[in-house]
Design a protein around this ligand. Structure first.
Ligand SMILES: [Fe+2]
Length: 392
């Protein structure tokens, strides 16, 4: 597979640029108008190489990047191109995408995902940080058995950009196949802060998910605009606990859908839970919404998965199936039990016609500014705007 690589000018010393480009493209010179341009640490410049074998990007784009106060601005995927691990990550992700195309559901053990994420650019230090990152979350406004924080991102593989978006209240509707006491109401969750959005593992997860899901056909959800290139991706960090008279439920709503196109769930850690806790069941779409896992029809069961180890990850096409998760049971009843997860939901943008009555806001976040360039393997047809499964 030929790889086309846009160029992050600030990442590479000028004396190395020629060798870098020759390595990637076999080209010898920048276009004349590129010469003499300078780039600062506050600005990234993507350049288009018209001599390249496959010109993936059509236009030069100058994007202002605002580094975070700690200087840990963004995952710089373009620094990875000289590392064999990067190409191994690309190859393995393309294989996983094939599995996902075939089955609509993949389960990846953390032991396999970690090297993929490190190949994309995730750091060892940020992997360690994830193990305790769920200690600082916000109260859930509608249930007492969990804390959580969330952040919204636009992911545009055609433009090669991920950007943090302004906060917007979260709503899932009964029309989305989500039935519980807080269906159809706007929930005001706390927000992920710098410690989350600066974490290169989280950033690499967004890239990995974009790689695997790009161009994968999904059944259309009413009220989503499948003509848009942009994918709205929402990251939830959820700490579900059982303690004394509080019973923790990763999915109180029983059999449900998440109102999106692609759901990805990632285990960060757990403590004092029984082996029956936190089991995810994937059901046929015909299963009754709202029933608990133990009430489900086994004839409609499509899969059983259990996140056990750090970064065990499940990815499925949300509108192709329904899912449920067993409660968090304490092994030692006198001690608290908990299960920490990332839930990463992505879908095309909502329109005015969506049942929630809440179109998506794409205004960049004013406080938590974050924008970084991404690259995706140029898979034939994957950037076609509308990738839908045939309706039954
Ligand atoms: Fe869910």
């Amino acid at each position: 597979m030929k790889l086309l690589f846009p160029f992050h000018a600030s990442a590479i010393a000028p004396w190395r640029q020629h060798r870098y480009l020759s390595f990637l493209f076999g080209i010898s010179q920048l276009r004349p108008e590129e010469k003499g341009k300078s780039s600062s640490s506050h600005q990234m410049t993507r350049r288009t190489f018209h001599n390249s074998p496959r010109s993936f990007f059509a236009n030069d784009i100058n994007q202002g990047i605002v580094p975070s106060p700690d200087g840990n601005a963004y995952l710089d995927i373009f620094r990875q191109a000289e590392r064999p691990e990067f190409f191994q990550s690309v190859a393995r992700s393309v294989q996983l995408r094939q599995d996902y195309l075939r089955n609509g559901c993949i389960f990846i053990r953390g032991g396999e995902l970690i090297p993929i994420l490190k190949g994309i650019g995730a750091s060892e230090e940020d992997l360690e940080r994830l193990k305790t990152i769920s200690q600082i979350l916000d109260p859930d406004p509608t249930v007492n058995f969990r804390t959580l924080s969330t952040g919204r991102f636009s992911v545009n593989t055609r433009a090669g950009m991920i950007e943090r978006l302004q906060k917007q209240k979260f709503i899932l509707t009964t029309a989305d196949n989500y039935k519980r006491h807080d269906s159809d109401i706007c929930r005001d969750f706390g927000e992920l802060g710098e410690i989350h959005q600066n974490n290169t593992v989280i950033q690499a997860m967004l890239v990995f998910k974009a790689w695997v899901t790009q161009g994968v056909p999904v059944p259309a959800r009413p009220g989503l605009n499948y003509d848009k290139d942009t994918v709205l991706t929402q990251v939830f960090n959820v700490h579900t606990f059982t303690d004394k008279d509080i019973q923790g439920y990763p999915a109180l709503e029983g059999v449900h859908q998440d109102g999106c196109d692609h759901t990805m769930t990632v285990l960060l850690g757990s403590s004092n839970i029984t082996p029956e806790s936190g089991v995810t069941f994937v059901h046929d779409k015909e299963e009754q919404t709202g029933i608990q896992p133990h009430e489900a029809n086994l004839g409609l069961l499509k899969g059983r998965y259990q996140h056990r180890d750090f970064l065990d990850t499940l990815l499925f096409k949300d509108n192709s199936v329904k899912h449920s998760v067993t409660p968090v049971y304490a092994q030692n009843k006198s001690d608290p039990a908990f299960r920490d997860m990332f839930v990463i939901l992505s879908r095309k943008p909502r329109t005015e016609m969506h049942k929630s009555g809440q179109p998506d806001c794409f205004i960049p976040h004013e406080k938590f500014r974050k924008k970084f360039l991404i690259w995706v393997p140029p898979i034939q047809g994957s950037h076609t705007s509308c990738q839908l499964e045939a309706q039954e």
